[in-house]
Design a protein around this ligand. Structure first.
Ligand code: NAP
Ligand code: MG
Length: 481
């Protein structure tokens, strides 16, 4: 289907000649980059070009031991004793250096992960800096945040993050941990380690006392060794529900505290009294933002039956204008899928949905031959029982269901193992309040979607995990009272 808005844009690639990547990255432990005991390294690739960007160290359990020992030592000897207002200065410093090096970080994030430069530049990197600014402000005000409760730090936090928002997830984890007086061992995902390693360089430049933040790279077994380590007091994990369950089992019977931010399958609900054009923008932002690699993506669209035809027609027209391609091009709306494995998984779901008899719509956008790409996709006429409705796809794939009454849509929206987020589009405030009190989801956006702010808590219900990150709530999992 050709849209009436089919402009052609000249290429506008962001320069990458200023990016300096080492051929090989070691582990950042005790303030220095050190060689791994394992002596092994693995490659990280640019998913848009399939080029190797660098090699990073593969930490084994001895490396994890060293990182945890350095975090514990820094906690006992330095960080726990430091006056909170001094701690805050370091966190402010990290925030400012992220701002100063924003362009470099944004380009690296897009090269390593495949996300459009517009997003890494305008969302990921500034929001990461904002998290450090925000939590720096709390560091010396904890007794005001929790009056008469004498908040105390926990010790060493093991933090494990996924590949969809590498730098931002690192900021979500590190900033509140430092503000509350804990020290950190962080592991980025294997396919996107570079921005976390750049953050390690920033932390070194900021003269943070050695060992307060340690950043180690590796695979799932590295994460498992961090979780199992006896000197770890707190686990902060963002990733899949499957691994979240493994972690919960591993820490059962210990007194380790944990927050788990897991998968999602959010309902985005459009009523017939909604501003339809605005809603269409929100639907597009909800599922195609970051290639749908978003735990809170609005991946299940529910449209009230009497406006379904209009919404679908406008949505298809808007999707036709989306540009899929080079993540470093400023015009690109949809970049590369993060890895070959993730693209295979999405393609598998495209087959499943088609086999389930759903109408598949994909835009006519051309996609580059090299690299991992997926066109924005709709499954129209979906039902609750479809696997593409029930399971998390984590790609630019939207299922569309219709509904007649508010009771029906609440029941359908909640009838899923996940409960991370939801969206509601309506002209009526009363409907918004009715829904927000009945939808079992941690975050609900009204007449907007995918908006984030460091002051606002984020987290799930049910199999989407527990604990909150962001805002005042985000301090609590790092404190004992
Ligand atoms: P994943 O496979 O669970 O991996 C997440 C992190 O855990 C990675 O660093 C991974 O290392 C590590 N890991 C793997 N196995 C482990 C184990 N047994 N013990 C400890 N750590 C282990 O998830 P993903 O595929 O990277 O990310 C996508 C998922 O994350 C989606 O389900 C998405 O919904 C969820 N997510 C949730 C949120 C939220 O806030 N709720 C935010 C973003 C993403 P490797 O990279 O080496 O495998
Ligand atoms: Mg990569």
């Amino acid at each position: 289907m050709k849209s009436e808005f089919n402009w052609e844009y000249a290429p506008a690639p962001e320069a990458k000649d200023h990016i300096k990547l080492k051929a090989q990255y070691d582990l950042f432990i005790n303030g220095k980059f050190v060689k791994p005991y394992s002596k092994k390294y693995f490659a990280t690739y640019n998913p848009a070009t399939e080029e190797k960007l660098a090699e990073v160290a593969q930490a084994n359990s001895k490396d994890v031991d060293l990182a945890v020992a350095s975090a514990k030592n820094a906690y006992d000897k330095v960080w726990k004793k430091m006056p909170a207002k001094e701690r805050a200065k370091y966190i402010f410093r990290i925030a400012r250096v992220i701002q100063e090096r924003a362009r470099e970080l944004a380009v690296i994030e897009s090269m390593d992960g495949g996300k459009p430069i517009r997003e890494s530049r305008d969302f990921d990197v500034p929001t990461a800096a904002n998290h450090f600014f925000y939590y720096a402000g709390w560091a010396d005000k904890l007794e005001y945040a929790f009056p008469n409760r004498n908040p105390q730090s926990l010790g060493v936090a093991a933090q494990i993050i996924p590949w969809n928002f590498p730098l931002l997830m690192a900021a979500w984890k590190i900033a509140p941990a430092l503000a509350t007086g804990n020290t950190v061992v962080l592991k980025p995902a294997e396919s996107t380690p570079l921005s976390a390693l750049k953050l390690a360089e920033i932390i070194q430049d900021c003269d943070l006392p050695p060992g307060v933040v340690n950043i180690i790279t590796g695979f799932g077994d590295t994460g498992a060794a961090m979780v199992a380590h006896p000197n770890v007091n707190k686990i902060a994990f963002t990733g899949s529900t499957d691994v979240g369950k493994i972690i919960q089992k591993a820490i059962a019977g210990t007194n380790k505290k944990a927050t788990l931010e897991l998968g999602g399958k959010a309902a985005n609900i459009v009523f017939d009294d909604a501003p339809i054009n605005q809603a269409v923008e929100g639907i597009v932002n909800g599922i195609f933002f970051n290639q749908g690699h978003v735990c809170c993506a609005g991946s299940r669209l529910f449209v009230q039956e009497n406006v379904a035809a209009e919404v679908i027609q406008k949505l298809k027209a808007r999707m036709e204008t989306l540009i899929v391609g080079d993540p470093l091009d400023k015009n690109t709306d949809i970049g590369a899928i993060n890895s070959k494995e993730q693209l295979d998984k999405i393609n598998e779901y495209l087959k499943i949905g088609s086999k389930e008899g759903l109408e598949l719509f994909q835009t006519s956008a051309s996609v580059p031959k090299k690299g991992f790409y997926c066109k924005p996709t709709l499954f129209i006429g979906a039902a609750q029982s479809n696997r593409v409705v029930q399971e998390e796809i984590f790609g630019p794939v939207l299922t569309i269901q219709t509904f007649r009454t508010i009771e029906e849509v609440i029941e359908k929206a909640n009838n899923i193992p996940y409960g991370l987020s939801a969206g509601v589009w309506t002209d009526k405030g009363s409907k918004i309040f009715n829904l927000t009190s009945k939808l079992r989801a941690g975050v609900i956006w009204a007449n907007t979607y995918n908006k984030f702010d460091p002051t606002s808590p984020f987290g799930g219900y049910k199999e989407s995990g527990f604990g909150r990150e962001g805002g005042l709530h985000g301090l609590m999992p790092y404190l004992k009272f």
